[in-house]
Design a protein around this ligand. Structure first.
Ligand SMILES: NC(=O)c1ccc[n+]([C@@H]2O[C@H](COP(=O)([O-])OP(=O)(O)OC[C@H]3O[C@@H](n4cnc5c(N)ncnc54)[C@H](OP(=O)(O)O)[C@@H]3O)[C@@H](O)[C@H]2O)c1
Length: 327
């Protein structure tokens, strides 16, 4: 059983005398900064010149600070930047301003696992990775609840890194739901793998291929859209609430029998072989390198994907249905 930490396992003392610098005020950064401050901790936000999110941070009552000033002023630095931007920002605007014995907090293990920056040997390096988007980190916090998080310590120079990690997780509300102990490498690999195999890679491709197959055979695109895409939410909700076995109990016998014979035909030994190759590419660091090269080249693969999907038939049908029907 994984080790789980709850609110009673942590207190805020390890961070109460520190200035916490949140660098980046996007999806995660804004939620972390607001929750940390509402938990009574001292927070500074660092944004780049001309930043789109600077206005939001001002509206939220934070003073304008450059990344350099925050790196200089704060002993705890929460690096809430896109993973591909971290090496450049760290080299230019953080590393030259560091003091001894800083603590670095990451929301994803990518940077540390792929060693895209060289962090000081005397620093604490901790991971507090919420298992969902920043807006949920914030909204659940305001409701008195929290989003579970994955927690890890990569480097414990002070001997206090775990206490700081737990204090941070508690302050952003995650220990209300539970913090699960992991390592930077396990969090990075499982996160990248699952978003590629299931969530953002496999599932959308299966939906597109299933839709195309129906439409090619002359079935109405609107019906194909509703069956292949819209109904995913019903099954996802069942999976979320009850797991795979609970979902099966809730569906018809026709659906049970159909899935029993067709599921393993689709996800067969060759698919499992592909999944192992995908995992190898992530574990070996090859995926990380490909992604950083893609970012350095201006993200051509991502732009192509977005362009082609925007103009695809399934996207057009979805847009039309959303304007004509109530969904
Ligand atoms: N998104 C999620 O759901 C999620 C979930 C768990 C963990 N994470 C992790 O959380 C971390 C932050 O991701 P995010 O999704 O919150 O990022 P994001 O929403 O893309 O936030 C980007 C922030 O970084 C700033 N920024 C971007 N490039 C910069 C640069 N070159 N110099 C200075 N500032 C720069 C942006 O400023 P501007 O306003 O100027 O653009 C913005 O404030 C990542 O490690 C990510 O893997 C994300």
């Amino acid at each position: 059983m994984a080790k789980v930490f709850l609110e009673n396992d942590a207190d805020l003392d390890p961070l109460s005398q520190c200035s916490i610098g949140v660098i980046g005020y996007g999806n995660q950064g804004r939620a972390h900064a607001l929750n940390l401050r509402d938990s009574g901790l001292t927070v500074q936000v660092g944004t780049r010149d001309g930043s789109r999110s600077r206005e939001q941070s001002l509206k939220d009552g934070f003073a304008v600070n450059t990344v350099e000033a925050v790196a200089n002023n704060c002993e705890v630095l929460a690096i809430m930047l896109p993973d591909e931007a971290i090496p450049h920002v760290y080299a230019e605007s953080i590393e030259p301003y560091l003091e001894a014995h800083d603590t670095f907090v990451f929301a994803h293990g990518f940077t540390v696992y792929h060693k895209t920056i060289r962090l000081p040997d005397d620093a604490d390096i901790v991971l507090v990775a919420p298992t969902g988007p920043g807006r949920q980190v914030r909204s659940l916090y305001l409701e008195g609840a929290g989003l579970p998080a994955l927690l890890a310590v990569e480097q414990n120079a002070s001997g206090l890194a775990w206490n700081r990690c737990l204090a941070y997780a508690r302050a952003i509300g995650c220990l209300r739901a539970g913090g699960i102990e992991t390592t930077f490498s396990e969090e990075t690999i499982t996160d990248l793998y699952c978003e590629q195999s299931v969530l953002c890679g496999g599932l959308p491709e299966l939906i597109k291929a299933s839709f195309d197959t129906l439409v090619e055979k002359g079935y109405q695109p609107e019906l194909a859209y509703i069956s292949c895409l819209k109904e995913v939410k019903l099954i996802a909700d069942l999976l979320f609430e009850r797991g795979i076995d609970g979902m099966r109990e809730a569906i018809s016998n026709t659906a049970k029998y159909g899935s029993a014979i067709s599921g393993p035909e689709l996800i067969n030994s060759s698919t499992r072989h592909q999944l192992r190759k995908l995992l190898d590419r992530i574990e070996s660091g090859k995926f990380g390198k490909l992604f950083l090269d893609e970012a350095a080249a201006g993200s051509p693969t991502i732009k192509d994907l977005l362009r082609s999907e925007k103009h695809s038939q399934i996207a057009r049908v979805g847009r039309e249905l959303r304007t004509t029907l109530d969904f």
